[in-house]
Design a protein around this ligand. Structure first.
Ligand SMILES: [Zn+2]
Ligand SMILES: [Zn+2]
Length: 442
């Protein structure tokens, strides 16, 4: 009896293959980067209500507003709202997502006792200019490359949004046979690890017993027919800083009349890379971009620096970050300048998968006939860790699986693409795992 339910759900997911391809291509074409996802969210909300969901949390209902990170300025937020409306965002939902509140959570309450299970799909695009050459890139050839310059679904989150919608529909069609509650979370701004924290602090995760995350991934070379993969993923603790240096401009012929922010910047770059190794743990530092100066014969008065710090564990970041901030302020002072530091994104260090649950899921998935690429441990930075931390603090468990596909190029590349034929597999494994955690599938 048990697997009849899963078989029916799997057949339903398979029947949605064309819908999934079209939905993924529509999200791909209208790529919206972090905190821009107004059109995307409005379509997700509209479809959830049309399916028959009655409880759908939208916008501010999903956040502790003050805990959001890395929001664009108001001018940009206003621009992307207008753009979303021009590109088919659906009212009255669209306005709920204005001003950096781009999140949707569908809640399926079965009315029968059982666990609270949350699925998490991130929905944002990346700051990448998509390849528009039809010879090199299928989305360009087939007319669904991004129409928003500098915003591209180069990490597969268009697929995650599509999988989430289809999971929502498949669960609802089988609601009478399910138990407990499922929360299907469509999360903004994963890139730059900015979106999850505000949601984690909102309280929506506090009753969750099991949290399941998904990401598209390439099939491993040694297992070219694999369907899904797992990890015992650890998340590196991570802090992303923007630094603004202010000096005083003057004529380059009389530099003594100014305060040279370029020199402060140079001292900072040298200084932060020179932070001594510490016993707390492995660490990384990168100054990825500097924007400085105004002209050849002018002493530089303004610098923006974009940097990130990572620690393999929290103590290593807790050592690195104040050290770097000390260098920034003191190097600025050394050259008569001032420094302002803004935190643009962060994640805690955490074992985001609960290992015993991963082991159980691997055995279960193989029994159900999924071809499983073996678990690999590896450090990543994924703001799923904020949600997982919240769930684990309340005694819940979490795991993350990969829906494997044939990738045209590595993640974040301008020619990244997936094979949409693989999307129903993500829905099938979500449904298998959910029914297993409900105790309905053996
Ligand atoms: Zn990414
Ligand atoms: Zn991603």
């Amino acid at each position: 009896m048990a697997n009849e339910l899963y078989n029916s759900m799997a057949a339903y997911a398979e029947s949605k293959a064309d819908y999934m391809r079209e939905t993924r291509q529509d999200f791909h074409k209208h790529a919206e980067a972090g905190w821009h996802e107004i059109r995307t969210c409005s379509i997700i909300a509209d479809r959830l209500f049309k399916m028959g969901y009655t409880k759908v949390l939208m916008g501010k209902e999903c956040f502790d507003a003050d805990k959001r990170m890395g929001l664009p300025d108001q001018e940009e937020l206003d621009y992307v709202y207008q753009r979303a409306l021009e590109q088919g965002a659906i009212q009255p939902y669209a306005e709920k997502f204005k001003d950096g509140f781009t999140c949707v959570i569908a809640v399926l309450e079965t009315g029968r006792p059982g666990p609270v299970i949350a699925t998490r799909q991130d929905i944002d695009a990346l700051g990448v200019f998509e390849c528009q050459d039809p010879e090199q890139h299928r989305p360009a050839k087939e007319g669904f490359a991004s129409i928003n310059p500098g915003e591209m679904h180069a990490c597969g989150h268009d697929s995650h949004a599509t999988i989430g919608l289809t999971v929502a529909e498949t669960l609802l069609k089988h609601k009478d046979q399910l138990c407990g509650t499922v929360k299907i979370l469509f999360q903004p701004a994963e890139e730059g690890v900015r979106g999850a924290r505000g949601i984690a602090y909102s309280g929506v995760m506090d009753d969750v017993d099991y949290l399941i995350g998904v990401h598209m991934g390439p099939r491993p070379k040694d297992m070219p027919d694999a369907d899904i993969g797992f990890g015992y993923a650890t998340s590196m603790a991570n802090a992303k800083l923007d630094v603004y240096l202010t000096g005083k401009a003057c004529h380059a012929a009389s530099p003594e009349n100014g305060n040279n922010a370029m020199l402060a910047m140079a001292a900072i770059v040298q200084g932060v890379y020179g932070i001594p190794r510490a016993s707390a743990g492995d660490a990384r530092i990168n100054v990825g971009q500097v924007i400085a100066g105004s002209g050849r014969n002018v002493v530089c008065d303004r610098v923006k620096m974009v940097m990130e710090l990572r620690g393999l564990n929290q103590p290593s970041l807790d050592y690195l970050r104040p050290y770097a901030e000390r260098i920034i302020h003191n190097a600025a002072a050394m050259h008569g300048c001032t420094a302002e530091i803004k935190l643009m994104g962060a994640t805690p260090s955490l074992l985001i998968d609960t290992p015993e649950l991963v082991d159980e899921m691997v055995v279960f998935a193989e029994k159900m006939g999924f071809k499983v690429a073996k678990p690999k441990a590896g450090p990543t930075s994924e703001d799923f860790s904020y949600l997982a931390q919240r769930v684990q603090e309340h005694g819940g468990k979490s795991f993350f699986f990969r829906c494997l596909t044939t990738c045209a190029a590595p993640g974040h590349a301008v020619t990244y693409d997936i094979d949409e034929k693989d999307l129903p597999m993500g829905v099938k494994f979500f449904c298998a795992a959910i029914t297993k955690l409900m105790g309905l599938t053996e």
